[in-house]
Design a protein around this ligand. Structure first.
Ligand SMILES: Nc1ncnc2c1ncn2[C@@H]1O[C@H](COP(=O)(O)OP(=O)(O)OP(=O)(O)O)[C@@H](O)[C@H]1O
Ligand SMILES: [Mg+2]
Length: 342
């Protein structure tokens, strides 16, 4: 914007030397140019802008992305779509959207948050309106909780003032000092404004492994009783998850007033991934790297993963997390075969 104003400033002295008619014309052109350059459509194609107040999320596009990219997580998909659609269709939400994602390692919690963030701000995690906090990086010292609380509140206040549609992702919640997260309670509550700032358009996402063991057990029970994975419903997991996390000292939400006050809108369970899902991840990764899918490699990578429980070996220990690294090793072989490159 400053640059646009500067342009007009540069033009004006030169205009004095011109005839009155030409001066009028030049001023007209300059102000039209200024108006055009400062128009949000032009300006925002070069500088990232906060979405306008009335902008809605494209739920159809989000659904398509989740359907094609997120494997084996019918519950997470369903809940997140419902939550996002409800939130973005509501022109005046009563509180910010607050999701808590739970599940075993490598099941897609960061992956889904990234997809969601990209739907709010196309630059995703690179956006200046998307903020990722890592407990071990940003809040490592348990004796500095008081300072962290203040910093966190200031950071959130400042950023929501700048863009009401800000997205805050708290990763490694299970490593967060219990009590720290309660610092954000005033922002998550049903207040119209806090100190002149409205937080109602913001999105808060918690990611954690806490409750993953409960989800895994429930999934295994379903499997043992011969039921299909897709038959697991949210009501089979959500209540158990909120209670489990509230009572878990290592969840970051231990005795949290966020749960007490029902400020977490959805507990989103991520199911442990099976052999077939790992293979789907390998195929997706090969395609992303520009290779034709080679089923021998898909099988080889999946076979290198470890599975639990020890006897039945149904669920991947690390979900799809180590697929990329394992594929790196096989990539050498693929690279040597020119036919394999898609
Ligand atoms: N359900 C899934 N569908 C498709 N790809 C997945 C899925 N889960 C994991 N992946 C792939 O594995 C990578 C690692 O997953 P991600 O970081 O989302 O796991 P996570 O659930 O956050 O694990 P952790 O609890 O260990 O942090 C993703 O970037 C993605 O490529
Ligand atoms: Mg993660």
């Amino acid at each position: 914007m400053l640059r646009v104003v500067g342009l007009l400033g540069l033009l004006l002295p030169g205009l004095a030397a011109l005839e009155p008619l030409s001066v009028g014309l030049a001023i007209g052109v300059a102000s039209a140019l200024t108006g055009y350059l400062s128009h949000p459509r032009f300006y925002c194609s070069y500088v990232e802008c906060c979405p306008s107040a009335g902008r809605r999320l494209n739920a159809t596009a989000l659904k398509l992305q989740l359907d094609t990219k997120l494997f084996g997580q019918h519950l997470a998909k369903e809940v997140v779509l419902k939550a996002v659609m409800g939130f973005s269709n509501n022109p005046s939400p009563k509180k910010p959207l607050m999701l808590s994602l739970h599940g075993w390692a490598g099941t897609g919690k960061n992956f889904l948050s990234q997809i969601l963030a990209e739907h709010v701000h196309p630059a995703g995690l690179r956006s200046k309106f998307v903020h990722l906090f890592l407990a071990t990086l940003h809040f490592p010292h348990h004796d500095q909780v008081k300072t962290y609380k203040e910093q966190l509140q200031n950071w959130i206040r400042g950023n929501v003032s700048a863009c009401p549609h800000s997205v805050f992702i708290f990763d490694e919640m299970d490593k967060m000092h219990p009590g720290l997260i309660d610092a954000i309670k005033p922002f998550l509550d049903y207040y119209e404004q806090v100190d002149g700032v409205s937080y109602r358009k913001a999105i808060f996402i918690f990611l954690s492994n806490a409750g993953g063991d409960l989800i895994n057990k429930a999934a295994l029970d379903f499997w043992a009783s011969g039921k299909r994975r897709e038959e697991i419903q949210l009501k089979d997991l959500e209540p158990m998850l909120s209670v489990g996390v509230f009572n878990n000292k290592n969840s970051g939400l231990w005795h949290s007033s966020l749960i007490d006050r029902n400020l977490i809108d959805y507990f989103v369970p991520f199911l442990p991934l099976e052999h077939k899902h790992v293979k789907m991840c390998v195929r997706a990764e090969m395609i992303a790297r520009g290779y034709a899918v080679d089923e021998n490699i898909v099988q080889a990578v999946a076979d290198e993963m470890t599975f639990f429980p020890k006897e039945q070996k149904i669920y991947s220990d690390k979900g799809c997390k180590t697929v990329q690294a394992k594929l790196d090793i096989h990539e050498d072989i693929v690279m040597r075969d020119p036919k394999a490159k898609g």
